[in-house]
Design a protein around this ligand. Sequence first.
Ligand code: WT7
Length: 668
Amino acid sequence: MHGSRVSNGMSDSEETQLEARLAEQEAFEPPAEFVEQANVSDPSIYEEFEVEWPDCWERAADLLEWETDYDEVLVDDDEPFYEWFVGGELNASHNCLDRHLDSRGDELAIRWEGELGDTREFTYEELHREVNEFAAALRELGVEEDDVVTMYMPMIPELPVAMLACARIGAPHSVVFAGFSADALATRMNAADSEFLVTCDGYYRRGDALDHLSKADDGLDGVDHGTTTVVVDRLGDDHDHDHDLGDDQLDYDDLVADHAGAEVEPVTRDAEDMLFLMYTSGTTGKPKGVKHTTGGYLSYVSWTSHAVLDVKPDDTYWCAADIGWITGHSYIVYGPLALGTTTVMYEGTPDYPDKDRLWDIVESYGVNQLYTAPTAIRAFMKWGAEYPDRHDLSSLRLLGTVGEPINPKAWKWYYKHIGDESCPVVDTWWQTETGGMMITTLPGIGEMKPGAAGPPLPGVDAAVVDGDGEAVSPGEAGYLVVDRPWPGMLRTLYRNDERFVEEYWEAYSDPDADEWVYFPEDGAKIDEDGYITILGRVDDVINVSGHRLGTMEIESAVVDVEGVAEAAAVGGDHEMKGEAVYAYVILEDGYEESEEMRDRVVEGVEEAIGPIARPEEVVFTPELPKTRSGKIMRRLLEDIANGDELGNTSTLRNPDIVEDIETKVAGD
Ligand code: WT7
């Protein structure tokens, strides 16, 4: 166990032998002590879900409290517009709060830690109280059922409070990642006609107080309708920014104080009513508003938290993601709180004030499950095992990863140095659109194979096919598809049913034969045991540190820079980030390649999207490689970024340029 490892007295050569053994091992059995206590440990579940499908999903719905029972598990009259738990009524805030009050009112719902080491805790009782007060305040401000409320907030407790307050009054939320730019905020508020914003004055990053409100204000300048804004005071006296609130801006604490003791009856929502919207990047420049529902989504994230993350009410569970992404919605807020557990939130970066930070939190809070991203694990590996090794991590029972493929080496490092070879590792494949996990081993059942996410979850039907939709042979690369609907699926793209059908269903469905196949736009391969390895996106989406960015969005930001004529953005392999942005730029006549031009391109992207989209390399070139029909050959640009052997260039209109660009990148 962990405790013993802290002083395990292993000699260097024993340590080396262990590394060598791990390096060769391709499959790992779930640890017996985990299996004994697992929420789900009977392998017959796979078979049962097949036989009972779609009624198997009643098991997920049974984890919730319904005001009115549903009549039908699945209605598929109008494919691919599926409906789940039809006729059922419930409220998500009631399910995450009220129903736990009798049994767990005094237990902790949220344990929050600020970057400076300040802490805040909310019992279920306390969280319930604040959610009620803020819900009453939102109502008074004029928020009505079905109004979209935008949140532009970092990792502070008021974010889940605001989300649950919205859920309570039936107002869908749309959370915009705090690291996104002002422009990104404006685009999303305009797209949803959202008239309400909850934001904050600032937050801490590496010890600095960041001014967030100015960015929010800039964003609001770009919103084409009137808005009301609530501002949380996170920094207190610790900010030197001039933060006088405007006429249409209200202070969060004042509002909550004005509604002290208020009680707001949770609004009865249909299972299919929208719980929230989340904008994500796609192939075109315009972000897609993914719509998730109250019944199906909440059932699905509760079920997967139970079956995959093995969450139990008495656990202290930590998903170290940001609530600004779907991972945080599903597995910091809704899943864990629906199950009545204690969910940990951390505001800051993992290496502030030093590289012990996460292991300090795990040790001092007694964290039982840790769910994080491969990009973080690669950073831990690079920093070295000394940091986790000097902490007692024996409270950990399960480890998880999400967001991008994890290479076997990083998987094994995580398994050994964080999990002490006694915690199963779940490598969970899913997307903003799927709502919750789809492909992963069940930790109490399945053998784990580092690098492969695993088989589809019980009840999920995923396959790897070729361009014609035929299953590929084991080991061959193909496209991932999902052959059956599932309760957590997106219902549509907000106000754009057409794009929903086009983006996700057209590629592999055969509507005439009534065959509907969901296409997640990932490449994959499958082995003899049905384990799926994800190979990455096959559309124009880059995955930087587990964050999804559209190359078109980046390109349009670059082209907006004065002096830029044309641009192509692609993802190149990156040791830490998984992928990094490479921007190939053609300048207008009269502009010269220079450091200054380079900086302007980088700044332009940061301003339009946010620092996460910052190009790693800006390559100036007089031309871009194009096909005879004028299409930019992004594949070649990717090969160049990766220093790979170039594919066939003979079909290009301008084959010579490729060599020039290659020489240039290699010389940098
Ligand atoms: C894309 C979805 C799911 C929440 C975070 C990202 C990639 C996700 C894995 C994994 C390999 C993965 C896929 C997917 N991805 N999880 N375990 N192994 N790739 O959500 O922003 O919607 O991105 O992330 O490419 O399509 P997202």
